[in-house]
Design a protein around this ligand. Sequence first.
Ligand SMILES: CC(C)(COP(=O)(O)OP(=O)(O)OC[C@H]1O[C@@H](n2cnc3c(N)ncnc32)[C@H](O)[C@@H]1OP(=O)(O)O)[C@@H](O)C(=O)NCCC(=O)NCCS
Length: 164
Amino acid sequence: MKGDRVGKTVSDSTVVTTELAQPNDANHLGNIFGGKVLSMIDLAGAMAAMRHCRQTVVTVSVERVDFKHPIKIGYLAIIEARLTAAFRTSVEVAVEIHSENPITGNRCKTCFARVTYVALDEAGRPASVPPLICETPEEKAREGDARRRKGAWQQDRKRDGCDE
Ligand SMILES: CC(C)(COP(=O)(O)OP(=O)(O)OC[C@H]1O[C@@H](n2cnc3c(N)ncnc32)[C@H](O)[C@@H]1OP(=O)(O)O)[C@@H](O)C(=O)NCCC(=O)NCCS
């Protein structure tokens, strides 16, 4: 429901998708391009954010992306996006990608990123989002970390003189 202010749990909006790594998305080493991985991250994160907000969302920040291991052609990319925190009009989403050898089933964590989305109303203005209900100790810890990052970012923004 639009404008729904009822709190939602992390699992209410968590998105898990799987893609097969294809040659047309790969470099000459047979690994998936970083740009393709970023696109998978943004898409999964946006789906989780939209599920939580039930509104249109736009990406405002990709705060951190770590590429730890490549995703090889023919492997599965398992993309998991879960909210870490909901603020006034924005939500932070953590996205993790594992690669899976489809023959052996062996998995490897390849990538992690934190992405912030802003919900927009029909006029394209930032709109309020439902609260996030963090149930487990891990979810509560992740929310605390996200709030600290937000506080630090807001201080930087003020220092840069861009808070109008
Ligand atoms: C989204 C947009 C309308 C927000 O406008 P704005 O003037 O920054 O609005 P506000 O200052 O009210 O910020 C809205 C929220 O976004 C957050 N925000 C804005 N920029 C941010 C950033 N770089 N990192 C983290 N949060 C950010 C603010 O903290 C605020 O959060 P809160 O309301 O939950 O506390 C505007 O930035 C925009 O249109 N950006 C382009 C988005 C886009 O096109 N993305 C596609 C990828 S190119």
